[in-house]
Design a protein around this ligand. Structure first.
Ligand SMILES: Nc1ncnc2c1ncn2[C@@H]1O[C@H](COP(=O)(O)OP(=O)(O)OP(=O)(O)O)[C@@H](O)[C@H]1O
Ligand SMILES: [Mg+2]
Length: 254
């Protein structure tokens, strides 16, 4: 089983919409975009980046965790991360400050991956950049929005946080016309709103900590035989479009 068989597509302007669910440290971010032990090239985002030579990716990183290679004005971003102990470098990526629309435009001169990063309290200006990114979609160039900690944009009832404007829903709705694919990761499936679940079609499922989360996931139509793995770093895939298809558990092998 190859990751490329279950990765996100953006064909004929239609973007896939996926969610990665799993408990703390189960391996969500590594599957999406690599980690110090999982190389970038094995990740879902790298697959998209290679598959679509004109495609662009925005990583919304509110942990923050990923290291960009460049700043928006074209300098090395290494200085920015002087005090960080961990965190993988995303090759060729450009750092965009929350709220900096000009920075987002400039980033595309340098590369095809932008990282908008800050702490969770900066969700509103990061959400604004997510919205700008979606609005840049012209229906031809494939875009991928990756939200590493999706629940930083939503409250425990699934409602968007104040002043964020529900950027994930907006991107998912734009998917068809603007060629936007969306990937979101979260520990708590339970807090993902029904509106988002309705639009989600791909599930990457890691070990879960809370029972309520699997209940919520089943409400999305996931069949009973689809059980979450018990160990970290192992995930199962399920697609709404091929409901009955059973994929074997997978693990990225560094
Ligand atoms: N397939 C793998 N092989 C080896 N190590 C892995 C693998 N997947 C993840 N890891 C390691 O496990 C740790 C947790 O992974 P990761 O940060 O991706 O988890 P997470 O689910 O995103 O965690 P969090 O809930 O904190 O966001 C990291 O140190 C990562 O390098
Ligand atoms: Mg993570």
């Amino acid at each position: 089983m190859q990751l490329s068989q279950i990765s996100l597509r953006c064909t004929q302007g239609e973007g896939d919409r996926g969610i990665i669910c799993g408990g703390t440290r189960s391996g969500k971010s590594s599957l999406a975009a690599g980690s110090p032990t999982v190389p970038w090239r094995l990740s879902l985002l790298a697959d998209f980046h290679n598959r679509y030579p004109t495609g662009r990716i925005l990583i919304a990183d509110t942990k923050p965790r990923f290291r960009a290679e460049w700043t928006a004005d074209g300098r090395s971003a290494r200085r920015v991360y002087r005090k960080w102990r961990f965190g993988p470098v995303v090759p060729g990526s450009v750092l965009v400050q929350p709220g900096d629309k000009l920075g987002l435009d400039r980033a595309w001169r340098r590369g095809r991956i932008a990282i908008c990063q800050g702490v969770a309290e900066q969700a509103p200006p990061i959400a604004w950049i997510m919205r700008q990114f979606t609005d840049q979609g012209d229906g031809r160039r494939p875009l991928l929005l990756y939200v590493d900690e999706a629940m930083d944009f939503y409250g425990p009832t699934g409602l968007p946080k104040p002043s964020t404007g529900n950027p994930i829903l907006q991107a998912m709705r734009a998917g068809g016309e603007r060629a936007v694919s969306v990937l979101m990761a979260t520990q708590r499936a339970k807090f993902v709103s029904g509106q988002l679940w309705e639009l989600l079609e791909r599930l990457y499922l890691f070990r879960l900590e809370m029972e309520g989360d699997m209940k919520r996931i089943r409400e999305m139509g996931v069949p009973a035989w689809m059980e979450p793995p018990e160990e970290n770093h192992i995930f199962r895939f399920w697609s709404k479009l091929a409901r009955g298809e059973r994929y074997p558990p997978m693990r990225l092998e560094p």
